[in-house]
Design a protein around this ligand. Structure first.
Ligand code: NAD
Length: 256
């Protein structure tokens, strides 16, 4: 379905980004991976689908490096068809204790990086006359929770960026959409469970039951591979009429 396409996925050495990279590769796309840690397992997982993959170590917290991720993908593969802005971090603290440097870092990685990659990716997509931009936001792009000021602000901002660029590109064949997952059990959520346990003084299993999944009516974590399947659909021709959308995959969370 996506053979001949090239995808670039930020933050794809782990979690949701890796699941999306694998799903795009399984659909036939070559993939530029990005993210911290040893990239070998992610590269192997993606290459197992028979497509090409490389890893580019850009720090999405740095504007120039975020833009260079797109430039390096273009240099290596000669094209970029599908950009997935997925890299993200969390910091959990009450507003009066929220460290300003944590605010800056969350905003830089979860919001500004998408501005820098999109700004770099749109000219080559326009030149080819086709493109797909997917921003991995969150249910927290649509609703808030306490103690997550920077994350909630960044994800709400990411939906604003998604809608604005979608409108700017609406007459082209480039679509821009956001996926808004509820809780997915990844290293990022494991970190939040530990942080919330500290903030509330509760054991971790009670945090999962009474705090994390309390927001999610299904009472089940979202499967990363289901987000991969949605990314493949949004990258397909069948989704060419969907742009500027924020699609919740949240077990009913934002239906409340
Ligand atoms: P994760 O921690 O498993 O993976 C995050 C990835 O981003 C890793 O590959 C990490 O190396 C990379 N990364 C972190 N900082 C980076 C930086 N500065 N530069 C480049 N790469 C960086 O997290 P995840 O749960 O898979 O989250 C992925 C995205 O999905 C995030 O944007 C997150 O906000 C969003 N999300 C997650 C959940 C969830 O429940 N897990 C829910 C909603 C939205």
């Amino acid at each position: 379905m996506l053979s001949g396409r090239v995808a670039a996925v930020t933050g794809s050495t782990s979690g949701i980004g890796l699941a999306i990279a694998e799903a795009l590769a399984a659909a036939g796309a070559d993939v530029a991976l990005n993210g911290f840690g040893d990239p070998s397992p992610a590269l192997e997982a993606v290459r197992a689908h028979g497509t090409k993959a490389l890893h580019l170590p850009a720090d999405m917290g740095n504007a120039a490096e975020a833009a260079s991720f797109v430039a390096e993908t273009l240099r290596h593969f000669g094209r970029l068809d599908i950009l997935v802005n997925n890299a993200g971090i969390q910091h959990v603290a009450a507003i009066e204790d929220f460290p300003p440097e944590a605010w800056d870092r969350v905003l830089a990685i979860n919001l500004s990086a998408a501005f820098h990659t999109i700004r770099a990716a749109v000219p080559p997509m326009k030149a080819r006359g086709w493109g797909r931009i997917l921003n991995i936001a969150s249910a927290h792009g649509l609703v808030a929770s306490p103690f997550k000021a920077a994350y909630v602000a960044a994800k709400h901002g990411l939906l604003g960026l998604t809608k604005t660029v979608a409108l700017e590109l609406a007459e082209t064949a480039i679509t821009v959409n956001a996926i808004c997952p509820g809780y997915v059990r990844t290293p990022l959520v494991d970190g939040q469970i530990a942080d919330q346990a500290k903030v509330h003084g509760l054991p971790e299993d009670q945090v999962v039951r009474d705090i994390i999944l309390a927001a999610q009516p299904s009472k089940r974590f979202i499967a990363p591979e289901h987000l991969g399947a949605l990314a493949v659909f949004l990258a397909s021709e069948a989704a060419s009429g969907i742009t500027g959308a924020a699609l919740p995959v949240d077990g009913g969370w934002t239906a409340r």
